[in-house]
Design a protein around this ligand. Structure first.
Ligand code: SAM
Length: 215
């Protein structure tokens, strides 16, 4: 086992399984994705630390635990189609691509999006499509999705995203009345015109900027 693999396994055991994440798909996927390939080269030594890291433009690659927690909450299963809003470094998209059939991810910062696309290509993730643009509107041309993950805090649940869920689909999104703190919500489409909302836990994300986010 290489040093990076050993660190990755330790991260999963201590920070993720150790904090109660039980979904075997998530644990397995996070044991595979080389997180060091998604951070700045000068921060590679910190790739398996228990915190977010800067990726430029005031944005971050999320703490590994929160990535695991959100994917577990979304109950992503093999064969499913997933949409992520906020590609950032591309890391969470890679973790989901280890489980799902197809991942679409959207990033509003063009430079971050280009770097994330390079990371994903170099790491061999051919089942991820990265789009640059406003993800608060989703990706209607590729809908419906079995799961939608939003990696940025919104003032309310965007209607566009609810409408792009398949029946039985799950939307995981941080929602808060201020840009600073949010509650992680799970919105499940239970029928064509019915959605169930659950409040999961308090979180802290950078803001979702866009037509159905913050201005
Ligand atoms: N999932 C990422 C990863 O694995 O590195 C971390 C995402 S970071 C916490 C949040 C990202 O959301 C930032 O890169 C930010 O530019 C992006 N973002 C904010 N508003 C957005 C929007 N409306 N559409 C797409 N991306 C957005």
């Amino acid at each position: 086992m290489t040093d990076a693999q050993a660190e990755r396994h330790r991260m999963v055991d201590e920070q993720i399984a150790g904090r109660g994440v039980r979904d075997l798909h998530v644990l397995e996927a996070m044991r595979k994705v080389p997180r060091e390939a998604f951070v700045r080269p000068d921060l590679a030594e910190s790739a398996y630390d228990d915190n977010p890291l800067p990726i430029g433009y005031g944005q971050t690659i999320s703490q590994p635990y929160i990535v695991a927690r959100m994917i577990e909450a979304a109950k992503i299963r093999p064969g499913e189609r997933v949409l992520e809003i906020g590609a950032g470094s591309g890391y969470a998209a890679a973790v989901m691509a280890e489980i799902a059939d197809q991942v679409h991810t959207i990033e509003r910062h063009a430079a971050l999006g280009r770097t994330a696309r390079e990371h994903l290509q170099k790491a061999g993730y051919s089942n991820v499509d990265l789009h640059i643009g406003d993800g608060s509107l989703g990706r209607p041309e590729a809908a419906p999705f079995d799961a939608i993950l939003v990696a940025a805090g919104a003032p309310s649940v965007p209607l566009a995203l609810k409408e792009q869920l398949a029946e039985g689909g799950r939307l995981i999104i941080p929602v808060g009345a201020t840009e600073l703190t949010q509650v992680l919500m799970r919105v499940t489409r239970t029928a064509p015109t019915d959605w169930r909302e659950e409040r999961l836990e308090s979180v802290r994300f950078v803001p979702l900027i866009g037509a159905q986010g913050w201005s």
